[in-house]
Design a protein around this ligand. Structure first.
Ligand SMILES: [Mg+2]
Ligand SMILES: [Zn+2]
Length: 207
């Protein structure tokens, strides 16, 4: 019997939501409170065109804490998809962790395997989107977003928007970061140049 070739695994960029794509406003409980940073559409569109899977990964402990429900998060993501789509950009998936160890709303309390920096949401992208974590990046405004990359064998980038400027001043000793940049558009510039170098290295040179 002939062995079927394995499906190709795709590089991905895992994007944090609050403070990275949209303004950090605390617990975001209404779609009307979504404000995209001015460069987010162009930055995500560039990743789409470069062939990355672009995946939102967000901790939404407000669900476990009873501040809003999953339907609210889905409405926020629907609105975000609409705003991005109007500019020709898209996210391939919207993944969120609804849990928190101290959450009092059943069934979301207690430990889980998907609250960043735990790897559950990335593992879901591996299953559902054929993503290769080792060729992937994470971008976020918290060290836990960078630590997620470290956990799955990818490369993590910290942006200074949202909590990022504050986070930069209290870097954990054991964190490995690929770059600290001002915002998402700079992060995408870094990713695309690293990606181009990797592609060039994998292709036999012609002369
Ligand atoms: Mg954030
Ligand atoms: Zn979770």
């Amino acid at each position: 019997m002939t062995q079927m070739p394995l499906p190709p695994a795709h590089p991905a960029v895992f994007l944090d939501r609050d403070g990275t794509i949209i303004e950090e406003v605390g617990y975001l409980d209404r779609p009307e409170r979504v404000t995209l940073y001015p460069y987010s559409i162009a930055a995500i569109r560039a990743l789409n065109r470069a062939g990355f899977r672009v995946v939102l990964v967000t901790n939404q402990s407000g669900i476990a804490r009873g501040f809003f429900d999953e339907a609210t998060v889905k409405a926020v993501h629907g609105h975000l998809a609409h705003l991005l789509g109007a500019g020709g950009a898209h996210l391939d998936a919207y993944y969120y962790c609804p849990h928190h160890p101290d959450g009092h709303v059943a069934p979301y309390g207690g430990r889980c395997d998907c609250r960043k920096p735990a790897r559950g949401l990335v593992d879901r992208a591996v299953r559902e989107l054929a993503v290769d974590p080792a060729r992937s990046f994470t971008v976020g405004d918290r060290w836990l977003d960078v630590q997620l990359a470290q956990t799955v064998g990818g490369r993590g980038i910290l942006v200074r928007t949202g909590y990022g400027a504050l986070e930069e001043r209290r870097r954990p000793a054991d964190v490995i970061v690929d770059a600290v940049v001002n915002n998402l558009v700079e992060a995408v510039g870094h990713i695309l140049s690293a990606h181009d170098r990797a592609v060039a290295g994998a292709t036999p040179a012609r002369s």
